[in-house]
Design a protein around this ligand. Structure first.
Ligand SMILES: *Cc1c(COP(=O)(O)O)cnc(C)c1O
Length: 364
């Protein structure tokens, strides 16, 4: 008997797990108040610190039991002071979400919005900072998953450093597969998630915070659970303040080992690029046109305009039946585009099967 093909998640997280990561979920039971837990946590933090070696010891990884949004909210909540003033750069849903967090926290902020298909315009950022001297923090999204754009941050990072502004980065869908330049961008903190480019399971998110951010000022948090200062407080003796997602952490530990053994973030970027080029060539032959120019796209996810006459739901349902999960557009892009990610345990033969199935759906 042949086994049905496994379901492949081509949505931007959670990802298709490798079997070693899935098996790590059943390593065993563990109390988070026992020393074995501290060992697991230390191992994960050591490996997280090595994903981008230049971050070294200067950025502390903090693990949270939440999805990626929780990490972003903890970062924004704890690090933007209550009397601070933030500038949020928006060219997609995730930038808008950070502005919504600041509004919910009752913190002073302004947003600078660009069209979803456009890059962040540095001249406008600069003009905005010139006209508003209250700004203390700049919030940006690295890979804006809404469109698949990798926002260019060299110029923005240099600008923030020059002006002494703290830059907080949502890198939830890029951490582990795209270059993150901690020093040149002068990052104060980076939010990430276990279940995207790191290939872990949902339930764990993390924030890497520059150590100096914790000294000399109080937490800005308006939440108890998401207060990062509480997570690094020496009173806890290194133990997490709340019950952590123990089994998802075991899976993250395994996923980080796998990332290291397969060559780290650069090798992962190469792999994603190779797979997405294969997808793109195949879909191109079938009439799909990428939403963004190649130089603007992340390696993680590509958005395509649907060919004329093909409805998203028809494509989704046909692929779903064949064991592939794809992703629709958000907001006003819903219906017009399809997003395909190559994160997770996806192989070349999977892409070939995908393309063959899409061909039958386009031609029917
Ligand atoms: C996925 C994602 C998030 C967080 O989403 P969750 O559903 O909370 O995990 C945040 N920012 C970006 C850019 C993302 O792609």
């Amino acid at each position: 008997m042949t086994r049905p093909p496994r379901t492949l998640l081509l949505n931007p997280g959670p990802v298709t797990l490798s079997s070693r990561v899935r098996e790590a979920l059943v390593r065993g039971d563990l109390c988070h108040r026992e020393p074995e837990f501290l060992e697991l946590q230390a191992e994960i933090c050591r490996r997280l610190g090595r994903v981008y070696p230049e971050a070294g010891d200067d950025w502390v990884p903090i693990l949270l039991a939440s999805s990626g949004t929780g990490a972003v909210e903890a970062m924004v909540g704890s690090l933007v002071p209550r009397d601070g003033h933030a500038l949020v750069l928006v060219n997609g849903v995730y930038g808008e979400r950070m502005a919504a967090m600041l509004a919910a926290q009752g913190k002073s902020h302004r947003t600078l919005s660009f069209p979803w298909e456009a890059p962040l315009d540095l001249e406008q950022v600069e003009a905005c900072l010139d006209s508003d001297e209250r700004v203390t923090h700049v919030l940006a999204v690295h890979h804006e998953t809404t469109t698949g754009r990798l926002n260019a941050l060299d110029g923005l990072g240099a600008l923030c450093r020059r002006r002494g502004l703290s830059l907080l980065l949502d890198a939830v869908s890029s951490f582990g597969a795209e270059e993150i330049r901690f020093l040149p961008w002068g990052l104060e903190a980076v939010a990430a998630s276990a279940n995207k480019c790191l290939h872990g399971v949902p339930g764990v998110s993390l924030v890497l915070v520059r150590r100096s951010a914790f000294s000399g000022r109080p937490s800005g948090a308006t939440s108890v659970y998401l207060d990062l200062f509480r997570h690094v407080s020496p009173e806890g003796g290194g133990y997490p303040p709340f019950t952590p997602a123990v089994q998802p952490l075991m899976a993250l530990d395994e996923a980080l080992r796998e990332l290291e053994e397969t060559g780290g973030w650069r090798a992962r970027r190469e792999r994603y690029r190779r797979l997405s080029a294969l997808v793109g060539q195949g879909l191109g032959r079938l009439g799909f046109v990428p939403l963004l120019d190649a130089c603007d796209r992340s390696c993680v996810l590509t958005a395509y305009h649907l060919p004329p006459g093909l409805e998203y739901d028809c494509l989704h349902d046909g692929l779903r039946e064949a064991g592939f999960v794809i992703y629709a557009g958000q907001g006003r892009l819903r219906g017009g585009i399809v997003r395909i990610s190559t994160m997770g345990d996806v192989r070349e033969e999977d892409v070939e099967r995908l393309l063959e199935k899409v061909r039958t759906l386009v031609e029917s």
